[in-house]
Design a protein around this ligand. Structure first.
Ligand code: GLN
Length: 188
């Protein structure tokens, strides 16, 4: 299975290591010619405003939006979740393909980074999750399934071929959420 990782900025290498551990072929997506033939795409964590600038500079914003709209399975983590959202509170949206509203830096002021064990729907035991200046999902549309919450806030959700989480599964040793994406979202 060939999985692309948007490789403009952010936690690219960590995702690549996890995907390799799951026996996927990894494609680092830096230009539009890397998009065809992908079975799935990961939008990593990092800084969504910086990624937006690089997406525009690399003329990748429209092609990726179109690919996702046409059914390319996608997993956005942290900043990647922000890229997917239909609405980002207080600012312009990016790909705007997933029917969710997100707020940025929801946990940022109290504490910058922390790890928790989260119960996740469809996964048996708690999943390890690292939050770093994480966003959260404020509102979901009717086609969106909420898969996890933390302190009453939605932090993981799925809409058909689109999966998004507020935290970083790739910064732990817990492969299960990536495996869920590969086995249950990409291969559905
Ligand atoms: N705060 C970042 C943003 O708004 C996201 C943080 C992350 O990806 N770790 O883009």
């Amino acid at each position: 299975m060939k999985i692309g990782i948007l490789a403009l900025q952010g936690a690219v290498r960590e995702h690549a290591q996890m995907l390799e551990a799951l026996n996927c072929e990894v494609v680092l997506v830096k230009e539009v010619q890397h998009l065809p033939q992908l079975d799935g795409l990961i939008l990593p964590g990092g800084e969504s405003t910086a990624m937006r600038k690089l997406l525009e500079r690399g003329q990748l914003l429209e092609p990726i939006r179109d690919a996702i709209s046409n059914g390319l399975p996608v997993f956005g983590t942290c900043a990647g979740l922000i890229l997917l959202a239909r609405e980002v509170i207080g600012q312009e949206s990016h790909f705007a393909v997933m029917d969710i509203v997100v707020e940025r830096n929801s946990y940022g002021r109290q504490i910058d980074s922390f790890e928790v064990e989260l119960p996740v729907k469809h996964i048996d035991d708690d999943v390890k999750a690292v939050f770093i200046r994480a966003p959260h999902i404020v509102e979901v549309g009717k086609d969106v399934e909420v898969l996890a919450t933390f302190e009453g806030k939605i932090v993981l959700a799925r809409q058909q071929h689109m999966l998004g989480c507020a935290f970083h599964p790739e910064l732990t040793t817990d492969l299960r959420l990536l495996r869920y994406f590969v086995e249950k979202v990409v291969a559905m």
